[in-house]
Design a protein around this ligand. Structure first.
Ligand code: SAM
Ligand code: SF4
Length: 511
């Protein structure tokens, strides 16, 4: 059990809303009251984008810088990429984005699943079905017994090892609850259907509201993976329109300084995101760069991941349909490519909110992580036999890509991409600043190749149902092993030792 004695508790939702934010923990990271999101500069850059066409020579210089240094670009450089309208020049950018992905993350895609824990919320976000006062939502919070049932399906039937646990913001689902759910996930072990080998969740990432430093330290103590908080929009005025001032989430500065507090608390894998469709995407991406650069300035660590949620229809609100800034599929692709070039070292997540066609295209634009066999209804995994089943009243929005994990594994294998269930990084201390260097130099990608092979072997032997999946997976593994032999001949015998042990049924071996 986590030691929660250092964190505050609140008697009810009103008390929480009034007293949760700690102003000194904001002020510390906005010295002199100056915010690191420089809206004046962003607006100027956007005006200039519209004023002249891209300079191809400059664009190619920026691509080359991104590819060779893997350092975050300057906002001015990202703005130059945003000028590109010529399809041939954009294709050069896309190809570079794909090469950078390969250099940093190799030919693998990391697999995860979302797990919604609760939809109780004290906030009033105008675009979200979970918002306070929305009578159409059926509210519930998973009990620990219900959570175990969810994990049994996720780890025991589908074969997931990595979760993103999602929470509304409410005193009922306080940090203590979040810590208990993380521990419950880690402690549950379930026999796999084909081999009976014990499987479990090995990394729990969290998507929740911003927390104070003391609370983040508690989550660190129970082994949280990435802490993900989506900014929704960096445009302060729009942010204030979307998030009522009476709500905790209405405080823009509390949310924008959240990752600074994470890194102070030692939670050093942080996941950025913007809710695309609320504001001009160029504003959001330029602000994302500024946010990343400020974290790098303070801590020498930037975003572990960027997520790209798009506004989806939700119960009891018309905002997702009526926003003037909704983006089409081509723009979505542009965003991915420019993001990959602008923050070359970061992981990029495109979730099952997107359609299959959109996700297939995203694979060519530098994406590194996706979810499959996803169910975002609370207690959805254990209540519905059919993995693709969705129910509007029970979930935040409807998913676009209902492909099963097995379909996706095969699709990826046919493209020569290995599905990785690896969670070794944070368990070997390859997080934060340590992983930043490994990513920028391409070292992490190679480590991950080995761990991808070991975990893919586990998944195939434990969960793959169709002989065609086994055959495609087997061929890919042999190719990967040959690649590892070429890359590190001296190390190869140790890799094979672990690989053969995995084939014999040993589990969770990693480098
Ligand atoms: N309650 C926490 C918060 O808001 O930070 C975390 C959980 S919230 C369910 C996770 C994310 O869902 C939000 O950050 C937001 O970006 C996204 N979201 C909310 N409404 C959405 C909608 N209509 N379409 C797509 N994503 C939405
Ligand atoms: Fe609550 Fe998060 Fe939904 Fe806002 S986005 S209403 S904070 S669950």
């Amino acid at each position: 059990m986590a030691d929660c004695s250092s964190i505050r508790s609140f008697k009810d939702a009103a008390d929480y809303t009034k007293n949760f934010i700690i102003q000194t923990e904001i002020d510390k990271y906005l010295p002199g009251g100056k915010h690191f999101i420089d809206e004046g500069l962003i607006n100027r850059l956007i005006e200039e984008i519209d004023a002249r066409p891209a300079d191809p020579v400059r664009v190619r210089e920026i691509i080359a810088k991104s590819e060779s240094t893997c350092e975050t670009l300057l906002p001015e450089e990202t703005a130059e990429l945003m000028r590109v309208t010529d399809p041939a020049l954009f294709e050069e950018m896309r190809a570079a984005a794909a090469r950078i992905k390969l250099k940093v993350y190799d030919n693998r895609i990391v697999m995860f699943a979302p797990l919604y824990m609760s939809n109780l919320c004290v906030n009033g976000c105008r675009y979200c079905g979970f918002r306070e006062g929305n009578e159409l939502q059926k509210r519930r919070v998973l009990t620990m017994d219900e959570l175990k049932q969810e994990v049994d399906v996720l780890a025991g039937r589908i074969g997931h090892k990595r979760l993103i646990a999602v929470y509304g913001e409410h005193p009922t689902t306080s940090t203590e609850y979040i810590a208990e759910t993380i521990e419950t996930c880690y402690n549950r072990k379930v026999p796999a259907p084909k081999t009976g080998a014990l499987n479990g969740i090995r990394r729990v990432n969290v998507n929740a509201a911003p927390l104070p430093v003391a609370d983040l330290r508690v989550l660190r103590s129970v082994g949280i993976g990435t802490f993900q908080v989506f900014q929704e929009t960096y445009n302060r005025k729009l942010y204030e329109q979307m998030h009522p001032s009476w709500s905790v989430k209405g405080n823009y500065d509390w949310r924008t300084t959240c990752f600074h507090r994470c890194l102070e608390a030692g939670v050093d894998d942080v996941g950025f995101g913007v809710l695309y469709g609320l504001c001009d995407w160029r504003f959001e991406l330029l602000a994302t760069i500024m946010h990343a650069r400020d974290l790098e300035r303070w801590f020498n660590i930037g975003p572990h991941t960027l997520s790209f949620p798009r506004l989806e229809p939700a119960s009891g609100t018309r905002v997702p349909e009526e926003s003037p800034w909704l983006i089409d599929d081509d723009t979505f692709r542009r965003i991915l490519v420019i993001a990959r070039l602008s923050v070359p070292y970061t992981g990029m997540i495109v979730t099952a909110r997107e359609s299959p066609a959109s996700r297939n295209k995203a694979l060519d634009c530098g994406m590194t992580q996706l979810d499959c066999s996803s169910n975002i209804a609370i207690k959805g995994y254990s209540d519905f036999e059919n993995e693709a089943h969705q129910e509007k009243e029970r979930q935040q929005f409807m998913l676009g890509d209902n492909r099963s994990i097995e379909e996706m594994v095969r699709y990826l294998a046919d493209r020569g991409t290995i599905t990785s269930f690896c969670t070794a990084g944070y368990r070997c201390g390859r997080t934060g600043g340590c992983i930043m260097d490994a990513l920028k130099t391409g070292r992490e990608g190679k480590f991950c190749k080995i761990n991808a092979v070991l975990t893919f072997r586990e998944w195939l032997d434990d969960f793959a149902k169709d002989p065609a999946t086994m055959a495609a997976g087997e061929a890919l593994i042999q190719k990967e092993l040959a690649g590892i032999k070429d890359w590190v001949p001296k190390f190869y015998p140790s890799v094979m030792k672990q690989y053969e042990a995995t084939c014999r049924g040993e589990r969770d071996l990693f480098f």
